[in-house]
Design a protein. Structure first.
Length: 310
């Protein structure tokens, strides 16, 4: 049975509106993606680290309760779990402040089993952090050599813009390993000072992979793929936008769910997906993304997931 393995940070999101806290939920980009997949019945496991505190224990329970294997989450007794403060503006988009009190990043884990056609999702600062880079890179290379499909969610925050030069070699390694790259116009503005999908694809992505998805808030999703395929997908409009915090993470979840649902293999991915296949998987991605914006949670709601359960 195919599975999804994610590697990334765990944080506890405290969400503010008009400078008042209105919700607190476990989060992290890859974490959010895997929770949604677990809720939909996809076999999933998570590689991460957390502190041995009340927040860390809650995160471990939350993974387990939502069907995500937490055996590769390292728990450090002398560490406090990271926090994220998310301030929603009038459009319910978020600005972030991060607090991390780990005395040092370590990431000590045994590689989980990886089989052909499994999907590995990675991204954010976690995937380029120089301190844990050897462990992250080692796992990605291991997964690639065992026939997994690698999905790279760039998710590069403006808070790290001063580190771009230092991190460039790690970013390029991630692009080279990736079968599919997804990023936002904001990510590429910070990293490459470009927001146009064609310019980003031509100058930064296509040398490494021909499968590129660029999201841009409420604007249409841009696809650039094998054989010169170039297509736009309008986002699904909703009058119920409560928070956009998990929109990108759940685009990833929906895309991966679609790859599993429609049986898209590593071999098919390497050859290049058909336009019909792209339509199906991006259609799933847009549905997941629209659903998560209807609440303050970072993952699809349980009713939505129940209707899609594998």
């Amino acid at each position: 049975m195919r599975k999804v393995i994610g590697i990334g940070e765990t944080v506890f999101d405290i969400i503010f509106k008009d400078d008042q806290p209105i919700a607190a939920v476990p989060g992290g980009s890859t974490f959010n993606c895997l929770i949604s997949l677990g809720r939909c019945g996809v076999r999933a496991s998570f590689i991460s680290e957390t502190g041995n505190d009340r927040v860390g224990q809650h995160i471990l329970r939350f993974l387990d309760e939502n069907g995500v294997d937490n055996k590769s989450v390292s728990v450090y007794p002398d560490s406090k779990s990271p926090l994220s403060l998310a301030f929603l503006n009038e459009r319910n988009d978020a600005e972030y402040i991060f607090y991390k009190d780990h005395p040092k990043d370590r990431l000590d884990f045994d590689f989980p089993e990886v089989n052909e056609d499994d999907i590995v999702v990675y991204g954010s600062y976690y995937a380029v952090n120089p301190v844990i880079r050897p462990q992250v890179l080692g796992f990605l290379e291991y997964a690639k050599s065992h026939g997994a499909i690698l999905y790279y969610d760039v998710n590069f925050r403006a808070s790290h813009k001063d580190e771009v030069v230092k991190l460039t070699s790690n970013i390029l390694e991630n692009l080279e390993l990736a079968d599919i790259v997804r990023g936002s116009a904001e990510d590429f503005s910070v990293m490459f000072r470009k927001t146009d999908a064609d310019a980003i694809y031509r100058s930064q992505i296509s040398f490494y992979t021909k499968k590129f998805i660029c999201t841009n808030g409420a604007e249409p999703v841009e696809l650039r793929a094998d054989g010169g395929l170039k297509k736009q997908y309008p986002i699904l409009k909703s009058d119920e936008v409560v928070s956009t915090i998990g929109a990108g993470d759940n685009f990833n979840a929906g895309f991966i769910y679609g790859m599993m649902k429609y049986g898209i293999t590593r071999e098919q991915t390497e050859k290049g997906l058909t336009e019909s296949q792209w339509d199906k998987v991006i259609g799933c991605a847009l549905q997941f993304s629209a659903n998560v914006c209807k609440s303050l949670n970072n993952y699809v709601d349980e009713e939505f997931a129940k209707n899609l359960k594998h």
